[in-house]
Design a protein around this ligand. Structure first.
Ligand code: SF4
Length: 390
């Protein structure tokens, strides 16, 4: 549905913070979810000072709450000094929008890095834009694993409601999906393809934040611009599943699920020990963590801190922050949800996102039941599809 926006987006970042009931909220967008031990330590330290865990978002970002102004500045400065190509660059610039990538695949790392380099510092890119880089080649760590467990499905980040998705397939050329629809357009270089799509979108977007908000004329102009720099093909790719969570160990990769996306200090300490032993960390937009090259005892070290069992009732369950940390919330959403899961009434097959008001912050992409608090003290359920609110 075409939509006209009357104001620029207000997505928080490292420097532009959101003023919440519990202090400033800063968001950091790891490129393809890649997070180093130093970054994890810095984020967790700042969050602990504000009395909160660090949080995973539905775009594979890290969120830190309860920050005082100077603490927030110090955190951004420290991250800039640590690794200039990551969360904040040497000039202090955030990546302007989220770039998610298949968390198990090393093939997407340089692509995501090149896209981030091309986007840093751009003020014409709305924070709501979501760029996804997916490795769907047969035999890749991402696809190979899913094919063994879920033979009917393929893909991971392509199912997350991205505006611009570039898929690395087996045949010639990377493929471009716009708002989940295969355009048929192909290019040898996946990073060039993604950046060309961002350029075409920003040129013709008007006030739109998302590809789905473009009207027909703008969509046609985007397509025409991209046709000049790509090779035409047949668009046959479908997006992957909305929830590609696959908890547990496979080969040397371990996927774990922090309940409600909250990563507390004991969990951070355990993760740091694993990173010190050679593992690397990826945050996913389905709010899990993937440890590549995880030591053999990694699941054991994390047991009790995060969900590691593929049959966990917490799989596919998320919530906005709710009261008391959001002043708009009608109730303690996370407390209510935890009680519902503990009682056995919630959890299992149906994806659910619980929210404290109709803004529905953090609603994940794909089909999901949004369970919304009402003034009457009860909840109502609305099935949504495709929208990602942040
Ligand atoms: S959905 Fe409402 S209650 Fe929940 S975080 Fe957003 S504004 Fe606050």
């Amino acid at each position: 549905m075409p939509r006209t926006r009357s104001r620029p987006d207000a997505c928080p970042g490292a420097w532009r913070r959101h003023d919440a009931a519990d202090g400033a909220l800063a968001r950091f967008r790891p490129v393809g979810g890649a997070t180093t031990a130093t970054e994890l330590r810095l984020l967790a330290g700042a969050a602990a000072a504000g009395g909160s865990p660090i949080e995973l978002t539905s775009r594979g970002s890290w969120q830190v709450r309860g920050l005082a102004g100077t603490t927030a500045d110090d955190l951004a400065d420290a991250l800039r000094d640590d690794r200039p190509d990551a969360l904040v660059d040497a000039r202090g610039r955030d990546v302007p929008c989220s770039i998610i990538a298949s968390p198990r695949s090393t093939a997407v790392d340089p692509v995501a890095g090149a896209v981030a380099t091309g986007l840093r510092g751009r003020v014409d890119v709305p924070g709501r834009l979501l760029v996804a880089i997916e490795d769907r080649r047969s035999g890749s760590p991402a696809t190979g694993r899913r094919q063994r467990r879920f033979p009917a499905t393929e893909g991971d980040v392509s199912g997350q409601g991205g505006d611009i998705t570039v898929v690395l397939p087996d045949d010639d050329g990377a493929a471009l999906l716009l708002d989940g629809v295969d355009t048929g357009l192909r290019h040898d270089d996946p990073a060039v393809l993604a950046l060309a799509a961002v350029d075409a979108f920003t040129t013709h977007r008007g006030s739109a934040w998302r590809v789905r908000e473009l009207d027909d004329a703008a969509r046609a102009a985007v397509g025409a611009e991209l046709a000049e720099v790509t090779t035409p093909g047949v668009g046959t790719l479908e997006p992957g599943p909305a929830d590609p969570t696959s908890l547990g160990t496979d080969g040397t990769a371990l996927e774990v699920l922090p309940r409600l996306g909250e990563v507390d200090l004991p969990t951070v300490m355990a993760l740091l020990e694993l990173l010190d032993r050679g593992a690397t960390l990826r945050a996913t937009p389905w709010r899990t963590l993937v440890l590549r090259d995880a030591p053999a005892d990694a699941a054991q070290r994390l047991r009790g801190l995060v969900e590691t069992d593929p049959s966990s009732r917490w799989r596919g369950i998320s919530a906005c922050v709710g009261a008391p940390r959001c002043r708009k919330s009608l109730t303690d959403v996370r407390g209510d949800l935890a009680a519902a899961v503990a009682s056995g009434h919630v959890g299992g097959q149906v994806r659910q996102h619980w929210v404290g008001c109709s803004r529905a912050c953090g609603t994940p992409g794909g089909r999901v039941a949004v369970v919304e608090a009402e003034t009457s003290g009860t909840y109502r359920t609305i099935v949504r599809s495709g929208k990602v609110n942040g």
